[in-house]
Design a protein around this ligand. Sequence first.
Ligand code: V47
Ligand code: SF4
Length: 394
Amino acid sequence: MASAGTIAALAELALPTVSDPALRRIGSKLVAGTRLDQADGHAMYRSHDLLGLGALADAVNRAKHGDVVTFASNQHINPTNICVLRTTCTFCGYARLPKEAGAYRYTLAQVLGEASNAADGLTREFHIVGGLDMQAGLAYYQEMFRALKSNFPHVHIKALTAVEIAHIARIEKMSWTDVLIALREAGLDTMPGGGAETFSAAVRDRIAGKKLAGADYIGVHRAAHALGIRSNCTMLYGHVETLDDRMEHLQMLRDLQDETGGFLAYIPLAYHPDDNELGRELLRQGQATGGVDDLKMLAVGRLFLDNFAHVKSHWIMVSQAVSQVALHFGVNDLEGTVVREKIYHAVGAHTPQAMTLDAILGLIRGAGKIPAERDSFYNILRTFDAAAPVPVPA
Ligand code: V47
Ligand code: SF4
């Protein structure tokens, strides 16, 4: 983590860029080392001084990470889309009821088949999440993790959201902690941040009526952190939530991080309204979140979550263009599958939701930043050469 002195010095340098008086007061707090409160969060979201907000978030980010932007080579595996909450999470277009067309649950052989790309030795993490499937209990995941570890011992397993852990605990009549201990013994390394949505009870009633409550999402992560299992956290935004809801959510994340220090990264997730009931209800099909709000979500996360090291932009959700600009709005990490072009082309694979290594390096360099590949605990494995010169027309 950066020293308070470095943050103060860089924030002071950013102050002349800030024109909104409310943001200048926030900048002065950063210089003084005073923690931001929820009213500051409101002021940041309401401000139209986007560049001023970006300058402050960038100052804090550079104090923590310099110009280095990280990415990881991971592979997503979604072993089942069968979910008991299929009809109540109205924002979800992925889940199916057991007998519904398109429902699937992988056998172990299918999971290993999907994972076999990792035999290239370059994939370093499996990101495994799925639905709340009554037939996928503790034994299903224990067997899967053991087999993955024995076939790919070098690959980190980041698996199962807090909601899935609570689901397994419920069907097995076990505590969250006992489920986590059993899964860790089978190979679980860290947990992803999905399932948070927006914690506010009113929002959850509206978009995810039967999902694990926000306080319980925090409770499962607290139990994981107590066992030394680190995790990510998210916020789904751009649906029906208010600014109060966003700030309540960030406050809950910051409070747990004060308590445990167990969160690795914060990832705001932009709601996509297509092909889901909520999007139809809100008459928002085809209207994703706007770039300004996407950038504000990242910058406010960087500034309010002062006890987090990493803020990640999910380029698949907000586009590569917004993610590149976000590297000047407090973001130090990019999520999104990185395909090693040579390897995967050799086997004829085509993954539309992936970037080649060259493309991700180009995106980061084009923002004037230094790309670095990391492991799942954010240790830098390899730093690529420095940023590209600014392209200026002749
Ligand atoms: O919890 C579901 C979200 C999440 C929609 O921890 C939707 O490293 C937008 O959490 N529009 C799962 N979002 C993804 C997730 C994640 C992704 C990348 C990295 C990590 C990490 C975590 O996706 C769900 C939900 O919030 N989601 N439906 C939708 N229509
Ligand atoms: Fe979709 Fe997850 Fe809700 Fe199931 S719990 S319906 S997979 S968002």
